[in-house]
Design a protein around this ligand. Structure first.
Ligand SMILES: C[S@@+](CC[C@H](N)C(=O)[O-])C[C@H]1O[C@@H](n2cnc3c(N)ncnc32)[C@H](O)[C@@H]1O
Length: 238
């Protein structure tokens, strides 16, 4: 039997049209979840750590809400960019550091908040979750916005819904069409993270939920629209 695997021309044309619309009305799936983070801040707000802070999109929002915000990223160019951006803000420290080397602030019982936005899939899952557990103060929160490998029909259904909703959100958030950059370089000259630090997501949401339940008992992991899942965990008070 001859199994035809070629996608039908109208499907390809539709996908091209959707991609073009998305490129003209771009928006950040990561930044979209900053509101989710801000709605889940812990009660005590002495210190926050943003892991893999990149260019520092979340940092300014946390600095307005915490006494001290530490940001770490393994990419020197991103750290230089973020450090320059927050050079006048005494509450913010940006460090070039791998997550595995991060320790709780000296003399403290941990960070009141640890965040990772689009970072966890670049790390080894179980060691990263265990290390995060050791960094969060009792009663503090660990909040993750992550990317996962699509595997089940449920994953596919949520992603399909996201693909259709994506241009609608783009038109609302960014109604004026832009001309997509040909080179892929950012218009503001900000650096892109080097490929060596970036990996494709290999863990599924179900696998992440199982790992989280074991390393962070009580953690809640949920599939979200727009190609992300969320993980939230509150450290038990001892
Ligand atoms: C996709 S970017 C996300 C940046 C930012 N959180 C955002 O929402 O735009 C992933 C970031 O994780 C950083 N990263 C990768 N591995 C890391 C590690 N082991 N420790 C710290 N940062 C890491 C990369 O340098 C990159 O800046």
């Amino acid at each position: 039997m001859n199994h035809r695997t070629t996608t039908r021309p109208w499907v390809r044309a539709f996908a091209r049209g959707l991609a073009g619309l998305n490129a003209r009305h771009p928006w950040s799936h990561n930044d979209h979840f900053h509101g989710w983070v801000l709605r889940r801040l812990p009660v005590r707000r002495r210190s926050a750590l943003d892991v893999g802070c990149g260019l520092g999109g979340l940092v300014g929002l946390l600095a307005d809400r915490f006494d001290r915000v530490d940001d770490v990223d393994a990419d020197a160019a991103a750290v230089r960019w973020a450090a320059e951006r927050f050079s006048d803000d005494g509450r913010v420290t940006v460090r070039e550091q791998a997550f595995g080397d991060v320790r709780p602030p000296e003399g403290s019982d941990g960070y009141d908040l640890v965040t990772m936005v689009a970072v966890l899939h670049h790390l080894d899952l179980v060691p990263a979750l265990e290390h995060a557990r050791g960094l969060v103060a009792p009663g503090g929160r660990f909040l993750v916005v992550g990317l996962a490998r699509v595997s089940t029909r449920r994953d596919v259904a949520v992603d399909l819904l996201s693909a259709f909703a994506n241009p609608v959100v783009g038109l609302v958030k960014h109604p004026r069409a832009v001309r997509p950059a040909r080179s892929g370089a950012a218009e503001d000259g900000s650096p892109a993270a080097p490929d060596v630090l970036l990996r494709d997501a290999t863990d599924t949401v179900d696998a992440i939920a199982r790992a989280a339940e074991s390393a962070l008992p009580g953690a809640r992991v949920r599939r979200r629209l727009f190609f992300r899942y969320t993980l939230e965990w509150t450290a038990p008070r001892v």
